[in-house]
Design a protein around this ligand. Structure first.
Ligand SMILES: [Zn+2]
Ligand SMILES: [Zn+2]
Length: 353
């Protein structure tokens, strides 16, 4: 079968590998339909997020059809359409036992698309416990956004939102920013969006939640929303990793800054203000507290319009074009500006519906 292998930084290619089969009783082989391109994949390929083991198949936002089940599998049958939770946790290590299975100490060798063979491939070897059966009306494309939405819900949980009348913002209208603004909207919070990239703006302006304003500059946003560029806000999700100091200076007492960008960047923050203004600087990654199940339910029920957030779908053989669309030019080994209206880019691995 074919799999998109990460060999080293800027060296990825589709290779022929051995077909997969069930080994453990709770194993399930899934033939992949769709797999989403994620910033994590781009970080691995470009070397800015050096976490992957060379030789690993990339891809972790994925759906498909069950084609083999292990002897002990009871909840799935061959032919079932499923979405795959790629985040493994052992249940036994200190992180798992203290409520942080998203930071399981046994992830090395088990994290799909990073250290365990992922789903930019015709087949994926899953565990029964990592699958959710898709309802008939949910497409493979829509359901492939379950994983990034799950990460989003983990972050929204961490914000501990108690009031819906707060001043809230999301920085960056990429897939994570768009999922965050929709998840906040579903939570009753009307955030505004700040995005300066023209390709992101083009897509976002057609696909934001109702009444959410979009600005290309934060000072301008604060002036338009609250009449003063020095206005303070209660909550900001920064998906860019570039605005930590700016947002920190604009937090109202009790304000919260959630950073979800995997950027190698440092910021200077005033410790006195953290205490004196009761500020929170929060990070979040991966799934937690059944966020994966909750994310699927929100997509299934149309609370999050997953299909609308898909900007392009490419065939597996056109993976270079798919990555180029998100600014990752594998052929030229360089990052390029976005050139087309852009949000979540998917790769169609097979024509399974
Ligand atoms: Zn992802
Ligand atoms: Zn663990």
């Amino acid at each position: 079968m074919k799999a998109l292998k990460f060999n080293r930084v800027w060296d990825v290619q589709i290779q022929d590998v051995e077909p997969l089969r069930c080994i453990e009783p709770d194993d399930v082989v899934v033939d992949i339909a769709v797999c989403g391109v994620c910033g994590t994949d781009v970080g691995i390929i470009t070397g800015s997020y050096p976490v992957a083991i060379p030789g690993t198949t990339l891809g972790h936002e994925t759906t498909g059809v069950v084609t083999q089940i292990g002897k002990g599998v009871t909840r799935f049958n061959v032919g079932d359409r499923v979405v795959i939770n790629p985040t493994y946790s052992c249940g036994h290590c200190r992180m798992c036992q203290t409520g942080s299975p998203n930071h399981c100490e046994k992830k090395l060798g088990t994290e799909a698309g990073v250290s365990y063979d992922g789903a930019f491939a015709e087949q994926y070897l899953a565990k029964e416990s990592s699958l959710i059966k898709l309802d008939d009306h949910v497409s493979m494309e829509e359901a492939s956004l379950t994983e990034p939405l799950s990460c989003t819900l983990t972050g929204v949980d961490k914000l501990g939102i108690t009031h819906t009348n707060i001043r809230a913002a999301v920085a960056g209208a990429g897939p994570m920013g768009m999922l965050y603004i929709w998840a906040l909207h579903a939570r009753g919070v009307k955030a505004f969006m700040v995005e300066k990239n023209e390709s992101r703006v083009q897509f976002a302006k057609e696909n934001l939640p109702p009444e959410c304003e979009l600005y290309t500059d934060f000072d301008e946003a604060l002036t338009q929303q609250y009449g003063d560029k020095l206005a303070l806000i209660d909550l900001c999700v920064d998906t860019t990793g570039q605005l930590t100091e700016y947002i920190f200076e604009h937090l109202a007492p009790g304000g919260k800054l959630l950073n979800v960008a995997l950027k190698d960047k440092h910021a200077n923050l005033d410790i006195l203000k953290i205490a004196d203004k009761s500020l929170s600087v929060i990070g979040s990654i991966d799934s937690l507290n059944n966020s994966f199940e909750r994310a699927y339910a929100m997509i299934r029920d149309g609370v999050i319009p997953a299909g609308r957030l898909v900007s392009q779908v490419f065939d597996f053989n056109d993976y270079l074009q798919a990555f180029l669309t998100v600014g990752c030019d594998i052929a030229c080994k360089t990052q390029k500006p976005l050139f087309t209206p852009n949000c979540k880019v998917l790769i169609r691995i097979s024509d399974l519906k």
